[in-house]
Design a protein around this ligand. Structure first.
Ligand SMILES: [Zn+2]
Length: 575
């Protein structure tokens, strides 16, 4: 490919609003262009990278028996009503009417379409297990698209769905897929990946893992144990609390705490740490009959309520902050609240975090203005109905439940996920097969996703320097970037042509800078395009009878004689 013909302008300046490295470099190198918020056009350079990533994914999916299919992006409402998700998914799913006023949706995931396909084609136990996958466009109307291709609204995903006769068979295949995923991320050149336990969210199911790239710009908060290798998304991460074995002898005691509305004020006045306090946090939601329910959470003062854990404990994602009137209605005093002495009410749900249940002699609210209680012990002192549960995030240095080591918090970009779904979709959508005893059975499902564009951006986050992406050779858009200086000279021009033709004949992908720009401009372009090998042909190299090479990853540079060039390039680009 001649650079002068390549569509995709290089930009010198760092684009405004592009906060992540991958976003900046994808724009600067002419890889992608925004069309609308979270919606991008893919230019030739990026299309080449994505094609290679897709091929690696395809090879690994085929290796474990996957069969590639393509189900539509546009699906009728009825399909999503069968699974119950037409109603349960929020505005992130785009719904629209066709010209005949029929309701349709844009696929943001494809469980429904795959089950609908599989149930018409599969009827016997002899056909199980099997896995279908596709590489297809999806649309999710994200409220906050950001970081370029990391969080977008329109995206390409590899999504796979497996169908099994038993839990054991699902677990066996899940393991195979887990290994295939490790292989994929290794082959695309990612270095800092981790697998963590994760929440199953709107997918449903019991067991799930996320493949994460450790990166500061990641949206996910990860909890890691360097002692035993425990790793979990903070949405599901757990820790061990120091429990005192003996019950407290000390009695509840009121203490005056004038204008101590925050935990900090309280700690200062009473000379205690935040971990020695219990704070109340209130939420509200409407139940199925439309009644407003107050969710009264009591958590240790040093801990934050985790939205995902809370939503799971309550059973709804539409939680709002409660009003002071709602709080007072149950006999609690905002700013000085605890479940001690409050009224029971059918519109009240009291959740006490495990951190409070397992602690001894805490300071908590007395439900009277300017008063707190000392020596609060949840199990002894809460008289109303309550549920002990885990609704807070793990803190840095909390103890690992498995080995007691201090936990570490870091951030990650989710690059893939795998779920053991169970029968959520096959049961609700009536997929069945006949077993060897002629009995009708419901297949058990797993599903497995990888965002292809996000994976490309993640590789840049993981493999770059100040000048541009350092593409791993497995997915680099071109293997060789040929810079030609003094191009007006005949010998130089002739050399460029013959080198280009020879490399192309050997199937090596070459980008030929035929722009005759200054060396600095050519080298800056080469860095932005990130080909593993940069070759330089110039008057000087011609005089010396060599070509200069520089490896993009900084591992080597030097001269190579023209007659040895092909072997040299092949040795550097093929494993
Ligand atoms: Zn551990």
């Amino acid at each position: 490919m001649r650079l002068s013909k390549l569509v995709g302008r290089r930009i010198k300046e760092i684009p405004r609003d592009a906060t992540s490295v991958s976003h900046q470099l994808l724009l600067r190198g002419g890889y992608v262009r925004p069309v609308a918020s979270g919606i991008y056009s893919i230019l030739p350079l990026a299309k080449r990278v994505l094609g290679k990533i897709e091929n690696i994914i395809r090879e690994e999916m085929n290796r474990i028996g996957g069969q590639e299919v393509l189900v539509p992006v546009v699906m009728p409402r009825e399909l999503w009503e069968e699974s119950g998700r037409y109603q349960s998914i929020d505005a992130s799913m785009v719904r629209f009417k066709d010209r005949n006023q029929k309701d349709f949706v844009l696929g943001m995931t494809h469980e429904e379409a795959m089950v609908a396909l599989a149930r018409t084609e599969v009827s016997s136990y002899k056909q199980l297990p099997f896995m279908l996958y596709q590489i297809q466009t999806k649309f999710r109307d994200e409220p906050r698209p950001r970081s370029g291709l990391i969080r977008v609204r329109e995206f390409t995903m590899k999504d796979a769905y497996s169908f099994h006769r038993s839990e054991e068979d699902l677990v066996r295949f899940y393991d195979e897929c887990y290994k295939a995923y490790e292989q994929i991320f290794k082959r695309v050149g990612l270095k800092n990946t981790r697998v963590v336990q994760s929440d199953t969210g709107m997918m449903g199911g019991a067991v799930a893992h996320e493949f994460m790239l450790e990166a500061a710009i990641g949206e996910d908060s990860l909890v890691l144990c360097d002692g035993c290798g425990y790793a979990a998304n903070s949405e599901v991460a757990v820790c061990k609390y120091q429990t005192s074995s003996k019950t407290s002898e000390k009695l509840l005691e009121e203490v005056k705490t004038p204008s101590c509305k925050t935990i900090e004020d309280l700690c200062k006045l009473l000379r205690v740490t935040a971990a020695q306090t219990a704070k109340a946090v209130f939420y509200s939601f409407k139940d199925t009959s439309g009644e407003k329910i107050l969710v009264f959470c009591l958590v240790r003062g040093d801990r934050a309520v985790n939205d995902v854990k809370l939503a799971k404990a309550v059973g709804t994602t539409s939680l709002e902050m409660a009003t002071e009137d709602q709080i007072r209605a149950v006999g609690a005093e905002p700013g000085y609240a605890s479940p001690v002495g409050i009224n029971t009410s059918k519109n009240l749900m009291v959740l006490v975090d495990q951190s409070v249940v397992e602690a001894c002699d805490l300071v908590t609210g007395a439900n009277k203005k300017d008063l707190h209680l000392l020596n609060f012990n949840a199990v002894r002192d809460i008289k109303c109905d309550y549920r002990a549960c885990d609704i807070t995030s793990v803190n840095e240095k909390d103890s690992c439940v498995h080995c007691g080591h201090g936990l570490r918090l870091t951030r990650g970009i989710e690059i893939g996920n795998i779920f053991q779904l169970g029968t959520k979709y096959t049961a609700s959508m009536g997929m069945s097969y006949v077993d060897e005893n002629s009995k009708s059975q419901t297949p058990i499902m797993g599903c497995y996703g990888i965002g292809v564009g996000r994976l490309m951006a993640s590789v840049i986050e993981d493999c770059h320097d100040a000048r541009g992406p350092v593409w791993p050779k497995s997915i680099a858009p071109y293997q060789v970037h040929m810079c030609v200086l003094d191009a007006a000279e005949e010998t130089v021009q002739a050399r460029a042509k013959s080198v280009y033709n020879e490399l192309c004949l050997k199937g090596i992908e070459v980008l030929w800078d035929d722009t005759n720009s200054q060396a600095g401009v050519q080298f800056a372009d080469a860095d932005l395009m990130g080909a593993p090998i940069r070759l330089v042909i110039s008057r000087r190299t011609e005089q010396r009878g060599v070509l200069e090479y520089v490896m993009r990853d900084g591992s080597a540079k030097g001269d190579v004689v023209a007659s040895e060039l092909i072997d040299f390039v092949l040795s550097k680009t093929i494993d």
